[in-house]
Design a protein around this ligand. Structure first.
Ligand SMILES: *Cc1c(COP(=O)(O)O)cnc(C)c1O
Length: 381
């Protein structure tokens, strides 16, 4: 028998309540039953996004509405700033370039957060940048960028919006859309939503909707105005991923029961336990200064091949972690704690890490990481 434990930052584990909800016989998306379901989902999404505005729901992976954010908000010849400090930051630039939007990349060392002053200076020098694109949680490096500080800067410019990829941050960290002035926020089902891949959400501020009115880039499937008009009637423009929406209602209900504050506190605690345990084992974090609470990126120690470590964790213990991407391939291992995770999941991951490192010849004192993790998990209990 092989028992597997998913520790990847997407897809993430799915609670049985959600799996069972999705196993029900399918309903028709033009029936009142769907409209009733979707009305509830729309309300709950506003709650999670912390916005009064509608949140659009698409049948796609997270990249879908990232693409739509560019094609719906910008126009030919527009210039934008892209904070690029990882694979997903690069994705913003690639999408913009695909639509012939002019990109100025703000290069950030992988593992570091952007310095908000750099963005303040760029906009001061040239306020004609139409948008600032950023990740709330850069999943390739485990970094959290300073979203509130960036919002405070962008807010000063009437003709600039901030577009936040919160795909691995929504439901993990506090990102109050309306309060902070986040103009656009994207998320996806396979992260903190505890759902399979296939749904993506995007919220827009009033300021962002004004940009939509002016945009002249081509769009069809991801036409935000068309989708909004349908959603106002509790419908979608095209066939929704009905079973996933049924699952979404269930997962949102679980999140509501937990409450936003508890949701963020749980992720913060699991993340802290993971980080401190790794450090106790003598391991280095890739993002020690501004870590994301969605996942922890740990550097493979000298003499240990990170890709082999990831492979062995699965082969020997059934732990499915994530490796490094691009130049970090083989250099890091990423352990997720996003969505359906509890204290003992962290203990399990750390324990497996200890045992596998020892097996691979790295000197670890067994139980040292687990001990620290347990102490942190007990804090405040
Ligand atoms: C998962 C993820 C995405 C979306 O990827 P898809 O494969 O399109 O769902 C985008 N940005 C971040 C930060 C992510 O973690």
């Amino acid at each position: 028998m092989e028992k597997k434990y998913l520790f990847s930052p997407g897809p993430t584990p799915i609670p049985s309540e959600v799996l069972l909800a999705m196993a029900r016989p399918i309903i028709h998306h033009r029936d009142p039953a769907y409209e009733e379901l979707f009305a509830q989902v729309r309300e709950d999404l506003k709650w999670l996004f912390q916005t009064k505005n509608d949140v659009l729901l698409f049948a796609s992976s997270g990249t879908g509405p990232m693409d739509g954010a560019v094609s719906n908000l910008l126009s030919k010849g527009d210039k934008v700033l892209v904070i690029s400090g990882g694979k997903f930051g690069e994705r913003w630039a690639e999408i913009c370039e695909a639509y012939s939007v002019k990109v100025k990349n703000i290069e950030v060392t992988w593992g570091k957060a952007v310095d908000p002053n750099v963005i303040a200076n760029e906009l001061e020098k040239d306020p004609s940048f139409k948008a600032v694109f950023v990740q709330a949680s850069e999943t390739s490096t485990g970094v959290a960028h300073p979203i509130k500080e960036l919002c405070d800067i962008v807010k000063r410019y009437d003709n600039t919006i901030i577009v936040v990829d919160a795909i691995s941050a929504l439901g993990v960290m506090d990102l109050p859309m309306d309060k902070w002035g986040i103009d656009v926020m994207v998320s996806g089902s396979q992260k903190a939503f505890m759902l399979p891949p296939g749904l993506a959400m995007i919220g827009l501020s009033d300021k962002a909707w004004k940009f939509v009115e002016k945009s002249d880039l081509p769009k069809y499937y991801f036409d935000f105005k068309k989708e909004l008009n349908n959603e106002k009637k509790n419908q979608n423009a095209f066939t929704p991923a009905i079973s996933l929406v049924v699952g979404l209602k269930e997962s949102l209900s679980m999140m509501k029961k937990e409450g936003l504050e508890n949701l963020f506190a749980r992720h913060a605690k699991l993340a802290k336990a993971t980080r401190e345990a790794a450090k106790a084992l003598g391991l280095e974090l890739l993002a020690p200064d501004s870590p994301s609470n969605a996942l922890t990126a740990i550097k493979a120690p000298d003499g240990i091949d990170g890709a082999k470590l990831k492979k062995n964790l699965e082969a020997h213990y059934g732990i499915i972690a994530a490796g490094g991407q691009a130049h970090l391939k083989g250099k890091i291992i990423r352990i997720a704690h996003i969505g359906y995770f509890g204290p003992l999941d962290i203990i399990m991951a750390i324990s497996a890490l200890e045992m596998e490192l020892k097996r691979m010849g790295y000197p670890v004192e067994l139980g040292k990481g687990v001990k620290i993790a347990e102490e942190i998990l007990l804090e405040g209990e």
